[in-house]
Every structure is written in structure tokens, then in C-alpha cells.
Design a protein around this ligand. Sequence first.
Ligand code: NAD
Ligand code: IPM
Ligand code: MN
Length: 357
Amino acid sequence: MTHRIAVMPGDGIGTEVAPEGRRALEAAARRFDIALDFETFDFASCDYYLAHGRMLPEDWRQILGEFDALFFGAVGWPEKVPDHVSLWGSLLQFRREFDQYVNLRPCRLLPGIKSPLAGRQPGDIDFYVVRENTEGEYSSVGGTMFEGTDREVVIQETVMTRTGVDRVLKYAFDLAASRPRKKLTSATKSNGIAITMPWWDTRVAAAAEHYPEVSVDQFHIDILTANFVLHPDWFDVVVASNLFGDILSDLGPACTGTIGVAPSANINPEGRFPSLFEPVHGSAPDIAGRGIANPIGQIWSGAMMLEHLGYPEAGRAMLAAIEAVLDEGDERILTPDLGGQGSTQALGRAIAERIAS
Ligand code: NAD
Ligand code: IPM
Ligand code: MN
């Protein structure tokens, strides 16, 4: 069976790391005899917007809906297109229209990488952020009144639905139940955000009843961010609303040394629509064009994609290759965010060679 993969490199370093992700995937496909058929698209990029006045072709749902998975780099170039236009015109459309309601973001201190947190070793930081990915604080409900006057009012609603919250909680509890520690932490803010978040807490409590084997705790988001830094070893599976999950999934990887390694899977668990795999980071205009972006977040996202497609062994081999290359610690290969002088391509090639061997 051939799996069709749509590649959308996007903008900035997305165009530099996506080919390394593909190189690693091709190596894994050869080794494990998996048939992958890649097709690369130039849409979902700011240059496409400048040429066409939109981020995606009108029939993007039909085009992309036929693929088995979407492999995405990063989008956004605020000097060309305002961020809310480029992101709401592409990535956020995919998440919503393809009902990718789980954003799964592993956060793991890998061997050979020094955590900025004193004394932390691999094993001390190893958890998942499960981020609600289609509703919550990311809503288009709201508007502006009295625009341009001193009475200007701007409103954007948080929208939470029982279906939407319960389904992501179920995913998070299932994940926690499958892990040795069986621990779930809920990110809340029910002291201050006094309608949606107390209700979120009640849905967590209701879900917990179905999982007596999972130990559950919750923190308000403010102290939770502090505890990510002070006690990252406390966490196993952290479930969060869309915005809280977004923030936690940059903070967590920063605690593991660099956000350049962090992967994510935007999953439609029912498989009705293709899921999307992308690094957590963005297009990084500050380093784009220099060939020094860390490709590991993209490659690890590829590993998650193979796992999703039914090849857990191949996914594990990709991660093992990442770990082996990091563990060797060759500064000529490692990218600057890892303390080396290497390039995106040198690191990507080293990992692909390791996967192949
Ligand atoms: P960013 O993640 O692009 O960059 C933040 C910092 O991390 C920068 O200093 C950057 O150089 C560094 N960094 C990021 N990825 C790296 C890598 N692989 N290797 C080494 N260093 C890396 O976040 P930002 O600056 O807030 O956003 C830049 C643009 O990307 C904006 O347009 C933003 O909207 C967009 N963005 C897109 C996505 C996405 O496509 N999923 C995610 C986040 C931000
Ligand atoms: C992410 C990004 C996006 C988000 C932005 C670019 C809209 O930060 O994937 O984490 O907020 O979800
Ligand atoms: Mn983010």
C-alpha cells in the first residue's frame, strides 16, 4: 500500500527543514520497506499569497483531502503578510476543517542536549502536551465596534463545546493510561476565567471517573508554567486548552534545550481527514536563509507521521537515529542552537545516514 504525503514547506526555515524531514523519511521508508509517495506544494506560504492573493487554492480541501498525511514546515513572514492573515488562511484552516482536534506535542530532554535547567538529565523531562486544537481561545467569534474612535471595543470569545473538550480529554486520558506513570495534569485557570475554566475542570473530573488507574492533578496556568521550569519531572501527560497548550508547548521544549527539536502531530484520531505533522517552531525569519536551522523538530514530526500511518518501528528507528547523532555530540554537525557549528543539511544527512544503517 502506497501512502500519499503532501509536503508543504511554507516559509522561512520551513523550506530548509522540510527537505531534511523528507530525506529522513525516505531513508526510513527504504529500510522498512514502506511505500511513500511525496507531492510538494507551494501554497500555504506568504509568497503564494503575494502571487495569488490567498494562502491556499480554492479547492484545497479536495486536493489535500486525498492525501494520507500532511507534512508541513512552518508558515509566516510578517513583513510580507500579516501573521493572522497567513496563519488563519492556512495552518489554522487545516486544523479546523480537517478536524485535527488533538495537537500532540512530546517534550523530552534528549541525550547529548544540555537543558537550561540546572542538573536536569535525560529522563527528568519526558512528557506530552495534549493541546486542544480546534476551538477554545482560537475562535473567530467576536468583532470590533466603534472602530477608530475612542469608544472602540474589541471582543473575541472563547468557545468551548462539550464534544470538543470531552474528545480531547479522552485522548489525553487514554494516552496517560498507556504510559507507565499514568499521570495526567490539567492546565486550568478557574480562579480568574470564571465561566469556561471551572466548566473545563468539571469535564476533567467527569472524564477521570472512567480512568481510575490514572492519577490526576491540576494547576492554574500561571503556576503551571513555573512548575514546568522548577519541577519538569512532575509531568507525564499535560492536557490544555488551545492557547494554554500553545504556550506550554514552547516552554516545555525550551526546557529541553531548544525549541528546534520539538515535533507535533495535529491528529484527526478518527482518520476521516488527513492528520498534519509539523515542528512546533515557526518560520524563524531571524535565522532563515542561513542554513543553520535545526531540522530535528521536522524529522521527529516525520517519525510521528510514520507511527500514525501504522509503522511504529520505523518511527522509533527515526527517533533512535536522532538520539544517536545527538549523543555523539559532533559539533561540526550540530546546529548552533545545539551548541555546534553545523548546518541544517549536515545534521539532516547525518540523521538520515543513521536511519539507513
Ligand atoms: P519561531 O518559532 O519562528 O522562532 C522563535 C525563535 O526560535 C527564533 O529566535 C528562532 O530563530 C528560533 N528557532 C525556531 N526554530 C528553530 C530551529 N529549527 N532551529 C534553530 N532555531 C530555531 O517563532 P516566532 O519568531 O514567534 O515566529 C516567526 C514566524 O513564524 C511568525 O510569522 C509566526 O506567526 C510563525 N509561526 C508559525 C508556526 C507554524 O507554522 N506552526 C509556529 C510558530 C510561529
Ligand atoms: C503553533 C503556532 C501557531 C499556533 C500559530 C502560528 C498560529 O504557534 O503551532 O504552536 O498558535 O497554534
Ligand atoms: Mn506555538
